[in-house]
Write a protein that binds this ligand. Structure first.
Ligand code: G3P
Ligand code: MG
Length: 253
């Protein structure tokens, strides 16, 4: 039976750990960062999704991983140099499989509208261009998603700019966490969570993260045995391309 989760992401990350987030949606089975991939993550029983945002030339939040559209659409060029209307002309599904032809690059608002009440959303800010923090704060506030999102980035500067605009939990993406960094952040209110690359997580990292008051969410975990190790280590969230497989693994360990 499906566990009933709290409506608040931080509560759920504490009470129901580890939560499972579809990385760019259920991206092993549908084109990444599309509504199809997010819907599939929901159908597969994921608790949440992780997605990536860039700002378009006309200050819209486009959900796409790369700074250019080349790898995941039939177009080419930089997201930052085109309007949302131009992005919407592109096919973001055919590169993955013919049955996804016609998928579009969604806006963050469209994702919130489609799945925001069913899935928690980890928004990863990919570009620190001026204005993206204001666009993101406005989008989250308009959809009243404050309690259901966690905003992460590899870029500490953009998270610092977002911090005063909106009261949402922040996660710092860090391939590796060193102890000096953790000591420096102890007792600071900036981040709710660390998002380390999963292979860098061990019991010592978990101990130090807890001591410093951080939740720990791991990426990108597609191996069932590793997911079970991370569960035993006590991580709060697991970000995976394959939520259905990882959920099945976690249910049996
Ligand atoms: O947010 C976790 C993970 O998505 C970070 O790496 O390159 O897949 O966005 P990337
Ligand atoms: Mg990402």
């Amino acid at each position: 039976m499906r566990t009933i989760l709290a409506d608040n992401l931080l509560d759920a990350l504490t009470a129901n750990a580890p939560l499972v987030f579809g990385h760019r949606g259920a991206s092993a089975d549908a084109p990444e960062n599309t509504l199809a991939a997010f819907e599939l993550a929901a159908q597969h029983g994921a608790h949440g999704i992780e997605l990536d945002v860039h700002l378009t030339r006309d200050q819209q939040l486009a959900v796409i991983h790369n700074a250019t559209v080349d790898a995941t659409t039939n177009g080419s060029g930089a997201v930052a140099e085109v309007s949302l209307a131009q992005l919407k002309e592109l096919d973001a599904g055919s590169w993955f499989a013919p049955e996804f032809a016609g998928e579009r690059i969604p806006t963050l608002d469209e994702v919130f509208a489609a799945v925001g009440r069913r899935l928690f959303v980890n928004v990863e800010i990919k570009s620190a261009v001026p204005g993206i923090e204001h666009a993101l704060a406005a989008c989250i506030a308009q959809r009243q998603m404050e309690a259901r999102v966690l905003v992460s980035s590899f870029d500490a500067g953009i998270l610092r700019r977002l911090r005063p605009l909106l009261d949402v939990p922040l996660g710092f993406l860090c391939p590796f966490v060193d102890s000096a960094w953790l000591d420096a952040k102890r007792n600071q209110q900036m981040y709710a969570a660390l998002h380390p690359w999963h292979a860098s997580i061990d019991s010592e990292l978990m101990r130090r993260a807890r001591e410093s008051g951080f939740m720990v969410n791991a990426w990108t975990v597609n191996d069932s045995a590793r997911a079970c190790q991370l569960k035993k280590l006590g991580v709060n969230g697991i970000i995976t391309d394959q939520p259905v497989a990882i959920l099945a693994a976690l249910a049996s360990c």
